[in-house]
Design a protein around this ligand. Structure first.
Ligand code: ADP
Ligand code: ZN
Ligand code: ZN
Length: 720
């Protein structure tokens, strides 16, 4: 008997056995439709065996092996298996996360456009076709003149599609891959000497696995460097995978890539794509036809038979970490991916994650640095700290910033006012008794929004009207506390009535026709007010001033990663100013101008800042010097979550002195959308020991009673 071992999207850490009549080892990697309980599921054939632990009588036959898509390659299976093992998630769940939605069901897949040729048998058939079979003759005669595309053939005669199908069945017509133009590379810049050196360093050993960190200040031309590397790889007829953080950035990047690589087959993969569009691109990659795959974290799983280079842009970005299901880090998987393929991987950033920076400075990764901006006269912006105790803000904005904005307006230059808080005000409160309006489903306060005068929870999306009076003391005079982008926009409009002011945040993007449109309009505004969606990767020619309003909120947080993030974000904002020929200036309003973070920022000294953070982390025993995992429990009842975590600790493997298990604590956002969340943190100085511990623990966890509780493991967590 032939047993198929199938990975199914079921929350159990095992493969499922099915019977088959005629499968062979060549079927490993095919998708397969199987009965599961009363349902039918699509899984992937992981292995073939002759025996099963399941009794013969209980083994069910597979319904159908889905051979319309070529089997997933060994390298793909290896990556998924690694992901499942390292992050301790069921294989089938990783498979489901790794496949485009269309392929998780037994639906027909679009066939990529192909060309057709006449076979020798087809030539004979044409000779023997009597003239009265006009339509057949038309089709075959066209092919006798040479290859033709499907659409051309279908147009040859009425019923062309049927004739084509019959011709293929009869063996007269055969599909072939369409001709692919040789990808070309368009040079637009004379490289700077720094860039040339960087490329020289990255070009060494391009045909084997190696991790390099491309560390360059904003505007130093990192993109230009990896474009050149991509050109090298495409010239070898290999494929390139590029991971980028934001969905919003992919359309702009795709356009830029098409300009620079005419003739190349470029495919994007993001979760926001329509199902068919996504699977079409995926199939082009899988069949080896796509040259470049550009996408967000999920694209790390795109099968690429000729993979020759992996690039991770803005490698420090938190969006590379998956926050649901199997919580993988696409940046880290990209490295494993490259290793499996024997290809180089380049991580790019102006503010690398401390993990990568540590590896690069300890020679585990290659380090390639760029210290200057690429454009001739573009200098790094001057960063000034404005002490709010010396310059008290007027409606949230310090006078020196207002003056600087006025000066830019007078020169016809553009400014950016950054604050990382959307809405009108972050809280509605009662000045009489101190009551603050909280979300009834989350442990967070509700945000005042101007649109429709509503309160909105930024965690769960709940909206409510603004109450008439304080529910505690009856005071009718409730006040909006603090400032969000909407409020700052209004203030600026009052101060600068003639300026074109545009707010750029996710609310504005939703209200208009999306972010792309908004960013296009942004090039024409005098003053932009925005959140981090403005800070990332956009290039505004006339932008010479960036003002930062609530920078201090990142300084004192219980999350040890907060300052690393704050620095990256401020540097990104600063990086928007003065990217072209006009000099840029950055004004940060703060109560703590002496804080080391700001002092490093002013000197553009990320290495210095990172060095001191790393020293602190080494001292305090935090990553990257220890390795962490979290077991999280979620329940509508806090007690259930706590009880589960307590028994989980009781069940944990004991003998490991090298692994520390902490007590259960509520998450920093303890309640989210009506669900109570708590976690147990586990640490070890040894990654292999932590992994061995987790493997054993996770087996035990599946046996721990978990009624009313959902749990998961998060390896290398970034949220607490
Ligand atoms: P980064 O990714 O490091 O922030 P980019 O690659 O986006 O920098 O480059 C910043 C700007 O400099 C872009 O407008 C780019 O076109 C330009 N640029 C890059 N390299 C050169 C060069 N060698 N000469 C002139 N301009 C360049
Ligand atoms: Zn009150
Ligand atoms: Zn909420």
């Amino acid at each position: 008997m032939i047993i198929l071992r199938v990975a199914l999207d079921v929350p159990l850490p095992k493969l499922f056995d099915y019977r088959s009549e005629d499968a062979t080892r060549a079927d490993i990697g095919y998708r397969v439709l199987v009965p599961f309980g009363k349902r039918r599921l699509v899984g992937v054939i992981w292995d073939i065996a002759t025996k099963s632990k399941v009794a013969d009588s209980r083994l069910r036959p597979v319904e159908k092996i889905l051979r319309d898509v070529a089997p997933l390659p060994r390298e793909w299976l290896a990556l998924v298996e690694f992901c499942s093992g390292y992050y301790h998630g069921p294989l089938g769940e990783v498979v489901a996360a790794a496949l485009p939605p269309r392929l998780r069901a037994a639906k027909p897949v679009p066939i990529p456009p192909r060309d057709y040729v006449l076979t020798p048998a087809g030539g004979d058939a044409l000779a023997g076709t009597p003239p009265r079979q006009r339509r057949s003759r038309a089709l075959l005669s066209r092919l006798a003149q040479g290859r033709a595309s499907e659409s051309e053939l279908v147009a040859q005669a009425t019923g062309g599609r049927n004739l084509l199908r019959r011709g293929i069945e009869a063996g007269w017509i055969a599909p072939i891959e369409p001709e692919r133009p040789e990808p070309r590379f368009v040079h637009v810049h004379e490289l700077t000497s720094e860039q040339r050196q960087a490329i020289g360093a990255l070009r060494v050993g391009l045909e084997k696995f190696r991790v390099s960190l491309l560390f360059g200040v904003t505007g130093s031309g990192k993109t230009e460097i990896y474009l050149q590397l991509i050109a090298d790889i495409l010239a070898r007829r290999k494929q390139v995978l590029i991971l980028v953080p934001e969905i919003a950035l992919t359309p702009a990047l795709e356009a830029a890539f098409s300009d620079r690589f005419p003739g190349a087959c470029i495919v994007t993969q993001t979760s926001a794509m329509a199902e068919l569009q996504r699977v079409r691109g995926w199939l082009l990659a899988h069949s080896g036809r796509a040259d470049i795959v550009l996408g967000t974290r999920l694209s790390v799983f795109t099968p690429l038979p000729r993979l020759g280079l992996v690039v991770v842009d803005e490698e420090q970005d938190a969006s590379f970490k998956q926050r649901e299901g199997v919580r993988y880090s696409a940046r880290d998987l990209a490295i494993t991916r490259a290793q499996i393929a024997g290809a180089p991987v380049v991580l790019c950033s102006a503010t690398p994650s401390l993990e990568s920076f540590q590896h690069a400075t300890s020679s585990k990764y290659g380090l390639v640095s760029l210290t200057r901006r690429a454009i001739d006269r573009a200098e790094l912006p001057a960063i000034r700290l404005i002490d709010t105790r010396v310059h008290p803000p007027q409606e949230g904005i310090v006078p020196p910033l207002l003056e600087a904005l006025a000066a830019r307006l007078a020169h016809g230059e553009q400014s950016l006012v950054f604050l990382n808080r959307r809405g009108y005000a972050p809280a509605l409160a009662c000045p009489a008794c101190g009551w603050v309006k909280g979300c009834r489903r989350c442990s967070a306060s509700m945000v005042v929004h101007l649109a429709g005068q509503r309160l909105r929870c930024h965690h769960c999306g709940l909206t409510e009207g603004i109450p008439r009076a304080c529910p505690e003391c009856g005071n009718p005079d409730l006040q909006a506390f603090g400032r969000g982008t909407q409020r700052v926009e209004i203030t600026l409009a009052e101060k600068f009535p003639h300026a074109r002011i545009l707010r750029v945040d996710s609310d504005a993007a939703r209200a208009r026709s999306g972010l792309e449109d908004l960013l296009e309009r942004a090039t024409r505004a005098d003053i932009l007010v925005g959140t981090q969606i403005l800070a990332k990767g956009h290039h505004f020619e006339r932008l010479t001033l960036a003002g930062v309003l609530n920078a201090d909120s990142g300084l004192f947080s219980s999350d040890y990663r907060a300052s690393e993030r704050a620095f990256a974000q401020l540097q990104q904002v600063a990086g928007r100013a003065g990217r072209s020929n006009l000099p840029g200036e950055v004004l940060i309003q703060t109560r703590y101008p002496d804080h080391p973070l700001y002092q490093s920022l002013v000197r553009h000294d990320y290495p210095g800042f990172a060095g001191s953070l790393l020293a602190e982390r080494r001292e305090a025993g935090f990553p990257p010097f220890v390795f962490e995992a979290a077991l999280r429990a979620e329940s509508t009842d806090e007690l259930h979550a706590q009880r589960f975590l307590r028994s989980a600790i009781d069940e944990s493997p004991r003998r490991s002195a090298s692994v520390t298990v902490f007590d259960p604590v509520p998450m920093s956002l303890a309640r989210l959308a009506g669900v109570e969340r708590a976690q147990v943190l586990v640490q070890s100085r040894s990654r292999p020991r932590l992994q061995a511990f987790l493997a054993e623990w996770s087996d035990a966890l599946y046996r721990t009673p978990s009624r009313g509780v959902r749990w998961h493991l998060d390896v290398d967590p970034i949220e607490f």
